[in-house]
Design a protein around this ligand. Structure first.
Ligand code: SF4
Length: 349
């Protein structure tokens, strides 16, 4: 089991142990936890009812890490905001705030970069820099809530990185986010998206049956999936679908499949038929995503009539399907592109 020593990644038990190890009274842990996870402070000085000497002693051993906003883009079309955040070591990550009728939803990154190598994705072009700490995942949400003054009610772990490649930090983040001594967000309002690390799908279904799972499928068969997603060389489609079945059976919840439509690659009618056969009988929802062009790659977005034809075939087979609305279309592009653009402009590595 991984453990973290930065103060915002520590759970109440660990924080209590740290407070006692510093020779302080146990109740200080609860106060500090409240400042960190309910009042969402940015620096130790803000913990008004904790004596300075106590704060300093604990923070010396357990630094307070967070994210610092470096750029923000707000869509004039739909109010979607994309944030570029800097981490304590200079790494850059991005997060997105989307405003819906049902509340504010934040899409967070789980890693700085990604090593999964999906062919249509800008986040992986520079490889994986490092895993994020639980605190750095949480603080993307906290920073957005601080910046906007509005409550965040829904979380999607679908930004840069493969969350199941940083599994224990993801679990810690979920536990702290849903804790009644923190923001107390409902587990049902959290969605985690994976490119398909099969063993972790089983583990996740067992540990967090209330959390929604989305699998990036992007292809209806092994051959095509291997071309688009190197992870498909590790886990065959059959294994992936068995894991999806397990999730649905274990949790009683619907599973989501993400399917990016790439022009002339996976957007033909026969692909829609194959996809229908693949998910037949499974309680699922398919989210069709017109792929965002990445300038370093040759992939292009499917044409509107192809998208519609694809959708109609799935509907004909009684499969629940939606075409993802493009949020913040005017403020740049695919996940990972802002971060990459910023790094190129600033020489920041
Ligand atoms: S799509 Fe997700 S898993 Fe695949 S390379 Fe991009 S960030 Fe990584």
């Amino acid at each position: 089991m991984e453990s973290w020593t930065d103060i915002r990644s520590m759970n109440m038990e660990e924080l209590t142990a740290a407070v006692e190890a510093a020779g302080e009274k146990k109740f200080r842990a609860k106060q500090i936890y409240g400042w960190l996870h309910q009042k969402l402070i940015r620096s130790g000085d803000e913990m008004k009812n904790v004596p300075a000497a106590c704060r300093e002693k604990i923070l010396r051993e357990h630094p307070l890490y967070g994210v610092t906003e470096v750029e923000r883009y707000v869509s004039k079309i739909d109010g979607t905001s994309k944030f570029l955040f800097e981490l304590y070591d200079g790494n850059i990550i991005e997060s997105v705030l989307m405003k819906y009728k049902h509340g504010n939803s934040v899409c967070i990154s789980s890693q700085a970069g990604c090593r999964m190598g999906c062919r249509f994705c800008a986040s992986t072009l520079l490889g994986l820099s490092r895993n994020l700490y639980p605190s750095e995942m949480l603080d993307q949400i906290y920073a957005i809530q601080r910046a906007t003054g509005e409550r965040v009610s829904h979380i999607v772990v679908m930004g840069t990185g493969e969350p199941f490649d940083n599994f224990e930090a993801l679990c810690r983040m979920i536990e702290m986010l849903t804790d009644e001594q923190g923001l107390h967000i409902s587990r049902r309002n959290i969605t985690v998206s994976t490119c398909g690390l099969v063993p972790k799908i089983y583990e996740f279904a067992d540990r967090y049956p209330q959390v929604t799972l989305a699998i990036s499928l992007h292809a209806p068969n092994d051959v095509m999936r291997r071309e688009l997603m190197p992870v498909a060389n590790r886990y065959a489609m059959k294994e992936l679908m068995e894991a999806a079945d397990y999730y649905v059976e274990k949790t009683g919840r619907r599973i989501t499949f993400e399917y990016s439509l790439v022009k002339d690659v996976n957007d033909q009618k026969e692909h829609a038929e194959m996809l229908s056969a693949l998910v037949k009988g499974l309680n699922c929802h398919i989210n069709l995503i017109p792929v965002n062009p990445v300038k370093e790659r040759e992939y292009r977005q499917s044409e509107q009539n192809h998208i519609q034809a694809f959708q109609h075939i799935l509907e004909k087979h009684h499969i629940q399907v939606t075409v993802r609305r493009e949020m913040g279309r005017d403020i740049s592009a695919a996940c990972g592109q802002l971060r990459k653009g910023y790094k190129e402009r600033s020489g920041n590595g």
